[in-house]
Design a protein around this ligand. Structure first.
Ligand SMILES: NC(=O)C1=CN([C@@H]2O[C@H](COP(=O)(O)OP(=O)(O)OC[C@H]3O[C@@H](n4cnc5c(N)ncnc54)[C@H](O)[C@@H]3O)[C@@H](O)[C@H]2O)C=CC1
Ligand SMILES: N[C@@H](CC=O)C(=O)O
Length: 333
């Protein structure tokens, strides 16, 4: 084995819905991922809050679990943060970047609120900060906006960016389920945030549209800039009225640019909207997400798929881990 092929040490912070799925997939696809990276990925540790809690991590040695996340960071090549919340995630990732580790996170609140600062630190330290899973989970859209469309002029983005509220609205509208039952089911499926208010009040979708708007237009966009309304105030009357007119209520996030491409002014909003039944966003089922991006040259592009849940989100996280690990291998030669 050459130096370039020696194992890439991956530290996992958090083993909840997404973290556990990432650990399972890392183990299940070890040889495949190694062949894609050019070196094996070695899980160097998993930070958890409660060491005594039973976990569904077949094949993962218990000795890898620790309740001291900071101990995992020093010496890791890639740090994967899946704890959620602002602190201690922000402090831990700052430490990881300062130490020269590649960082991957699915934490949309952290990236929306502190992403500019973390990206500046990553650039200064010449390491990567990847967060594809933070927006629309499994649906590739962050890299599309940041890289694939970097040569075009994005004028408008509209999307269903929250899987749990889409699941709730879909179950109420199509299955006649009660709002509360649909919310409980969304929790069982691993769609809801640790604080479900973030989903129900549009705070989660707001963070995602902030991230996309910043990536699309390169200007500062803050959570406070989002005109935001959630779905918790919707009543049977709203659903009956929509149903009676062939419409469907969806929680839609939008970002649009006025001004010029060189001097953009950006507006962002999240609110429930009644859509015609055949609108692409209206057709989004269960925990799905759909994003439509309007550009000057490519026209309207549509992306859709699983917007929440452990296994689909882990797919996007692992895509970022492979990209990060390839950078580590490239840096060794
Ligand atoms: N569940 C989903 O569908 C998706 C979640 N995300 C994001 O991924 C992140 C993780 O989400 P989930 O796995 O759903 O949350 P979760 O609540 O199931 O898991 C988080 C885990 O981190 C642990 N944790 C929290 N603070 C810790 C600390 N200081 N030290 C050690 N462990 C700590 C918790 O005990 C918990 O087990 C969040 O930022 C979330 O917004 C992103 C896309 C989809
Ligand atoms: N709670 C989020 C999880 C994925 O980001 C959602 O419901 O979309």
């Amino acid at each position: 084995m050459t130096q370039a092929q020696s194992p890439i040490r991956v530290a996992l912070l958090g083993a909840g819905t997404v973290g556990a799925a990432v650990a399972r997939q890392l183990y299940a696809r070890g040889p495949l991922l190694a062949s894609r990276v050019g070196a094996p990925l070695e899980l160097s540790g998993i930070a958890v809050r409660d060491l005594s809690r039973p976990r569904d991590l077949p094949g993962v040695p218990e000795a890898l679990l620790t309740d001291r996340p900071e101990d995992l960071i020093d010496g890791a090549d890639v740090v994967v943060e899946l704890m959620g919340g602002i602190e201690p995630a922000h402090g831990l990732l700052t430490r990881a970047l300062e130490g020269g580790a590649q960082v991957v996170t699915a934490n949309k609140q952290l990236i929306a609120q502190r992403g500019a600062e973390l990206e500046a630190l990553a650039a200064e330290r010449r390491v990567g900060l990847d967060y594809e899973a933070a927006v629309a989970a499994a649906v590739p859209v962050v890299r599309v906006v940041r890289e694939s469309l970097a040569g075009d002029d994005i004028t408008w983005i509209a999307g269903i960016l929250n899987g749990s509220t889409n699941f709730i609205l879909d179950m109420v509208a199509r299955q006649g389920m009660s709002f509360e039952d649909a919310k409980d089911r969304a929790g069982e499926l691993g769609f809801l945030e640790a604080d479900p208010t973030e989903d129900l009040e549009g705070i989660d979708a707001a963070a995602k549209i902030v991230i996309l708007a910043r990536a699309a237009w390169g200007v500062p966009v803050r959570m406070e800039d989002v005109q935001r309304e959630g779905i918790s105030q919707l009543t049977d009357h709203h659903f009956d009225t929509a149903r009676g007119t062939g419409q469907v209520i969806k929680l839609v996030a939008t970002a649009w640019r006025s001004g010029t491409p060189e001097s953009p002014k950006v507006e962002v909003a999240v609110r429930p909207v009644s859509l015609a039944g055949d609108d692409p966003l209206a057709l989004t089922r269960e925990g799905g997400n759909t994003i439509v991006i309007e550009t000057a040259s490519a026209g309207a592009l549509r992306f859709a798929g699983a917007g929440a849940g452990g296994e689909p989100t882990a797919s996007a996280v692992l895509g970022d881990v492979v990209a990060a690990a390839r950078r580590v291998v490239a840096g060794r030669s």
